[in-house]
Design a binder for this molecule. Structure first.
Ligand SMILES: [Zn+2]
Ligand SMILES: [Zn+2]
Length: 368
């Protein structure tokens, strides 16, 4: 089967759109016709070598579409079902069995090996040479994807599937961190550093809690305006404020209870850590370049501060994604306001627009 795809030819190089050959689904797999795929910061990290996915291959990990075929043994989805392709998970390791598939012990190979477990790849060039597939188990910058059926999240038949892809990663990462992991208590303060797709999803999720200070911190005034519209009670423009940590303390009348680094920047992470006090929690949310490390003040951390990493919003894709779809339909989680659509041919423009910050969540529409 032929598909249109954005091919990652080599590091630091724009992706090139080409026709490729896609396998039939094997046992336990599904073939999904991708309607649209979100573009995530992690795709750019892989293109630039900060996530070791082998070239040549196909990136993309926020795919949504319609099941076109299923392989032997697949029972959770049928041809014609609308689906979001969630994160892959093995289903049998201690963390999967413990209800935390985001921390699947096989996650590394499942997201960046570029092949199935048996070493085969689902994609080829038209000349027959192999292209690495299964980026985050899906390689969704293509009009068709082969993925593990267990990663699929069936969604309501009346859902607009062209808007759902970002729920697979970026939107769930921000929202799930608040709703699944941090769970701010009534009257608490939540500081969200970074107002991109992840940070603004955290803002929208925090508005669904009884937190009374929801503080968005960013360097772009346009994003802070949007953050206020989406639920931030206060904003801090780091271009206009000398010390964002002092600004947080002024707003909260002392240290905050929760601070999230959604930027994936270790300098920002330090500010987030310094924004919370005794028994406060600082959370690592955004992905940083490979090899990044950070330092914290020992004494103030010793005083009951919690430092936690929260991957992909934790929890199970099926429940979190369908919850966010329902909240969106109710007008309580308007994540669609973050989306701007691009045709697949403009994949590099979409990546650049996201990097500059003038588009919060680009979504690539596939040719049908
Ligand atoms: Zn597992
Ligand atoms: Zn992502």
């Amino acid at each position: 089967m032929r598909a249109n795809a954005a091919v990652f030819e080599k590091l630091f190089t724009p992706l090139s759109v080409a026709e490729v050959e896609v396998d039939e689904p094997g046992p336990g797999e599904a073939l999904v016709r991708i309607v649209a795929s979100g573009v995530c910061h992690t795709d750019a990290l892989a293109r630039d070598g900060d996530m070791p996915f082998p070239a040549p291959g196909v990136l993309g990990h926020e795919g949504a579409g319609v099941v076109a075929a299923v392989g032997a043994g697949v029972t959770n989805v049928s041809v014609g079902d609308k689906v979001v392709i969630g994160w892959p998970w093995c289903g049998s390791c201690r963390n999967c069995l413990d209800g935390q598939p985001r921390y699947c012990l096989q996650l590394g190979p499942l997201v960046i090996a570029g092949t199935r477990a048996d070493g085969s790849t689902a994609l080829r060039r038209l000349d027959g040479s192999a292209l690495h597939s299964h980026f985050f188990g899906q390689s969704s910058f293509a009009s068709y994807s082969i993925c593990a059926a267990s990663a699929l999240v069936p969604v309501p038949a009346d859902a607009d599937v062209s808007l759902l892809g970002p729920l697979a990663c970026g939107i769930s990462t921000g929202a799930g961190a608040v709703l699944n992991a941090l769970r701010p208590h009534p009257g608490s303060s939540v500081v969200i550093y970074g107002s991109g797709a992840v940070g603004l999803s955290a803002v929208m999720a925090a508005r669904l809690t009884a937190a009374t200070h929801i503080i968005a911190v960013d360097k772009l005034a346009s994003r802070l305006t949007l953050a206020r519209e989406l639920g931030a009670t206060e904003t801090i423009d780091v271009g206009a404020v000398a010390d964002p940590v002092a600004a947080v303390q002024e707003i909260c009348g002392g240290p905050a209870d929760f601070a999230m680094d959604c930027a994936g920047n270790v300098n920002v992470l330090r500010q987030a850590a310094d924004s919370v006090g005794m028994r406060g929690t600082v959370a690592l949310i955004g992905g940083a370049p490979a090899g990044a490390s950070f330092a914290l003040d020992h004494m103030s951390t010793l005083w009951g501060k919690k430092v936690v990493g929260i991957l992909g919003g934790e929890g199970r894709s099926v429940s979190l994604i369908n919850t966010l779809i329902t909240l969106n339909a109710q007008g309580r989680f308007p994540y669609d306001r973050l989306i701007q659509k691009f045709p697949l041919e403009q994949v590099n423009e979409a990546l650049e627009a996201s990097h500059r910050g003038d588009v919060i969540k680009p979504v690539l529409e596939m040719p049908s």
